[in-house]
Design a protein around this ligand. Structure first.
Ligand code: ADP
Length: 572
C-alpha cells in the first residue's frame, strides 16, 4: 500500500509544482509586459501633454529656458525629459547637463521619431549607465519635423517593483503548495489506509476467515467497495455454512453407508473413501496413495480396465473368505472411477443354505417318490377297474414330482463350481434339426408350424451337445406351451465372432416387468396356465446356467400377445 500512497502523493506534488511554476513564470511576464505597456503609455501621455509648451519654447530657440523648463517639469512628473534637434543634438534635458551629452542621432528611438513616428524601446543609457525605457515623439511645426521630445524613465524602479511582485507571488505559491501538499498527503493517506484495510480483508477471506468485516464512513467509491466487500463476505460466509452443513450431511451419510466406497483419480490414486471400506479391506488407506497398495485383489485391476471401455459393471470378488459384489463406474465428466464393495457373503451363505436344503430335500424325495411310483405301477396292474382312475391320477402327480426333483438336482449339478463340460465340436444346424422331431406331436396337436432358418455352412463350435440339447428342448417346449396360434421360428446365423441362435414364437408374450426375473429359479409368470401345464419355473434357469457355462449369453425380447424371442449368443 506504500506504493499507491507515494504514487498518489508524487503525482499530485509533480502536477501542483508544474502548475505553480507555470503560473509563476506566466504571471511574471504578463505583469511585466502589462506594466511596461502602461509605463510607455504614461511616458507618451506626459510627452503629449508637454508637447505644446516645449514646441513653443523650442521654436523660439531659447534653449536655456527650454533646459530649465524641462528640468522643472521632469522634477514634477519624476520623468527624464530630453529635447533633441533634428541633427540629434540634445538642446534640453531634465536630469543631465546637455554639455556632457552625446549626439543622439544614432539612438533607435530618436531615429524612429525623426522618421515622424513615435519610437519607444528599452535600452541601456550610456549617459546614465542604466537600463531605461524611452518614448520619443516628433516635434512638428506646420507639418514639418523640427525636433524630438523624448521622455524616459529608469527601469530600476520598474525592476524593483517587479521583483517585489515576483517575491509576493513566489511566497503565495509556496504557501498554496504547502497547504495543497498537506491536503494531498491526508487524502493519499486516507485512500491508502482504506485500500490497505480492503486488501487485508481479502487476505483474511482467502485464509477462510469469513467473519471479517470492514468499517468505513467514507461515502465515495472506496466506501462503496468496502460495503460491497462486507456484503460479499456475508454471502460467502452464509454459503460456506450451507456447504459445511451439506458436507457434514454427506460425510455422515458417506461413512454410514454399509458398503465400502472408494473414488479413484484417472491415474488410479485414491481421492476419497469411506470408513467401511477400511473395515472391509482391514487396511489403513491413505488419500493420495495408489489403489493397488490397499486393494490387493487382481480382479479389481481387470475391472478398472473393463470399466474404461464399458463405463460401468459389477462382478463378484472373493477376498479372504468373504464375497464382495464390486460395482465399478467410470465418471464420464472427469474420468474418475468410483468403486462400491458390497459384502454379499451373508446373502451367498443363505443362498448356499437354501440351495443345499433344496438339493437335500430333492435327493431325499427322489427315493421315496421312485418307490411310490413303482408301487403305484404294481397296484395299477393288480387293482380292479373301479379304482384305476385314482391310481392314474396318483401316477401322474408322482411323475410331475419326480420331474421337479430331477430338475432341481440337475440345476444344482450345473451350479457346482467344478462342473466339467463334455465339449465336442458340433454342427449346431444338425443338432437343432435332430431335436425338432421330438415336438412333432405337440405341434400337430396345437396346429402350430415350426420353421427353421438355419444358415448353410455354419461353423462347428465346441459345446457340450447333451446340455445344449436341453437348452433348445426347453426353449422350443416353452414356445409351444405359450403359443396358441401362429408359428415358431428357429434361426441360426453367424455375426462377427459369434453364433446367434434365435427361438421366436407368436404366443402370449411376457410383460415387461417380469422379463428381468424369468431366469430366476421357480419364477413363474403365467401362474395358473403354467401349473396346469406342469411348469415350475426351472427350465429357463437351467437354460441360462448352461449358456453361461459356455461363456455365452441369452437375451429376451417380448411383447404381450405378440410373441417372444430368445436370442442365444455363443462365441465361435
Ligand atoms: P417352466 O418350467 O414353468 O416353463 P421356465 O423357467 O421355462 O419355467 O419359464 C419361466 C416363466 O417364463 C414361465 O413360467 C413363463 O411364464 C415364462 N415363459 C417362458 N418362455 C415363454 C414364452 N416363450 N412365452 C411366454 N412366456 C414364457
Amino acid at each position: 500500500m506504500r506504493k499507491i500512497f507515494f504514487k498518489l502523493l508524487n503525482s499530485f506534488i509533480f502536477v501542483t509544482l508544474f502548475l505553480a511554476l507555470f503560473v509563476f513564470f506566466l504571471s511574471h511576464s504578463l505583469i511585466k509586459n502589462t506594466y511596461l505597456k502602461e509605463l510607455k503609455n504614461h511616458l507618451r501621455d506626459v510627452g503629449n501633454s508637454l508637447m505644446p509648451y516645449i514646441s513653443e519654447i523650442y521654436k523660439e530657440g531659447d534653449y536655456e529656458y527650454l533646459d530649465n523648463f524641462v528640468k522643472q517639469m521632469g522634477n514634477k512628473v519624476n520623468i527624464r525629459i530630453t529635447v533633441i534637434d533634428t541633427n540629434g543634438v540634445p538642446v534640453g534635458d531634465s536630469e543631465v547637463d546637455i554639455q556632457f551629452m552625446e549626439n543622439c542621432k544614432d539612438r533607435p528611438e530618436v531615429i524612429i521619431a525623426l522618421g515622424g513616428e513615435i519610437g519607444s524601446l528599452i535600452r541601456y543609457s550610456e549617459t546614465l549607465k542604466e537600463d531605461m525605457l524611452y518614448v520619443a515623439l516628433p516635434i512638428c511645426d506646420k507639418g514639418k519635423l523640427i525636433g524630438v521630445l523624448r521622455t524616459s524613465i529608469s527601469l530600476k524602479r520598474v525592476n524593483s517593483l517587479l521583483l517585489n511582485l515576483r517575491n509576493r507571488i513566489f511566497y503565495s505559491l509556496i504557501g498554496v503548495l504547502f497547504f495543497s501538499w498537506i491536503i494531498a498527503l491526508l487524502i493519499s493517506r486516507g485512500i491508502s489506509v482504506s485500500l490497505r484495510d480492503i486488501l487485508n480483508g481479502f487476505k483474511s477471506l482467502s485464509k477462510g476467515e469469513f467473519e471479517v468485516r470492514l468499517f468505513t464512513k467514507r461515502k465515495d467509491e472506496i466506501g462503496e467497495l468496502a460495503r460491497e466487500f462486507n456484503e460479499m463476505s456475508r454471502n460467502i460466509q452464509k454459503l460456506f455454512e450451507e456447504v459445511k452443513i451439506e458436507g457434514q450431511k454427506f460425510y455422515t451419510l458417506f461413512h454410514a453407508i454399509p458398503e465400502g466406497i472408494i473414488l479413484l483419480s484417472r491415474e488410479g490414486k485414491v481421492i476419497l473413501f469411506n470408513d467401511n471400506l477400511k473395515k472391509l479391506l482391514k487396511k489403513d488407506i491413505k488419500e493420495g496413495g495408489f489403489y493397488w497398495e490397499y486393494v490387493k485383489f487382481p480382479e479389481f485391476t481387470l475391472m478398472l480396465k473393463r470399466a474404461d471401455s464399458k463405463g460401468s459393471f459389477s462382478q463378484e470378488i472373493e477376498f479372504e473368505g468373504r464375497i464382495f459384489l464390486c460395482t465399478v463406474r467410470k465418471l464420464p465428466e472427469t474420468g474418475e472411477v468410483i468403486a462400491i464393495f458390497h459384502d454379499v457373503t451373508h446373502i451367498k451363505e443363505l443362498e448356499y443354505v437354501k440351495r443345499e436344503l433344496t438339493i437335500n430335500i430333492s435327493h431325499e424325495l427322489k427315493t421315496p417318490l421312485t418307490a411310490i411310483k413303482g408301487f403305484v405301477e404294481t397296484l395299477e396292474e393288480e387293482e380292479k377297474i373301479k379304482n384305476k382312475r385314482y391310481i392314474e391320477i396318483i401316477k401322474k402327480h408322482v411323475d410331475r414330482l419326480i420331474n421337479i426333483v430331477e430338475r432341481v438336482i440337475y440345476l444344482s449339478e450345473l451350479e457346482k463350481k467344478d462342473i466339467e463340460l463334455d465339449l465336442k465340436k458340433v454342427n449346431v444346424k444338425e443338432l437343432i434339426e435332430n431335436i425338432v422331431p421330438l415336438f412333432e406331436k405337440s405341434l400337430r396337436d396345437k396346429k402350430i408350424k415350426l420353421k427353421l432358418y438355419l444358415q448353410e455352412n455354419l461353423p462347428e463350435i465346441k459345446i457340450d451337445p447333451f446340455k445344449m440339447e436341453q437348452v433348445f428342448i426347453n426353449l422350443i417346449d416353452n414356445a409351444i406351451k405359450y403359443t396358441q396360434k401362429g408359428e415358431i421360428k428357429i434361426s441360426a446365423y453367424r455375426k462377427e465372432n459369434n453364433l446367434l441362435i434365435e427361438v421366436e414364437d407368436t404366443g402370449v408374450g411376457i410383460p415387461k416387468e417380469h422379463i428381468p426375473r424369468i431366469f430366476e429359479r421357480f419364477y413363474v409368470v403365467h401362474k395358473s396356465r403354467d401349473k396346469k401345464k406342469g411348469g415350475y419355473g426351472l427350465g429357463l434357469s437351467i437354460v441360462k446356467h448352461i449358456i453361461l457355462l459356455h461363456n455365452g449369453k441369452i437375451d429376451v425380447e417380448s411383447e404381450v400377445n405378440k410373441g417372444t424371442k430368445f436370442i442365444i449368443t455363443l462365441p465361435i
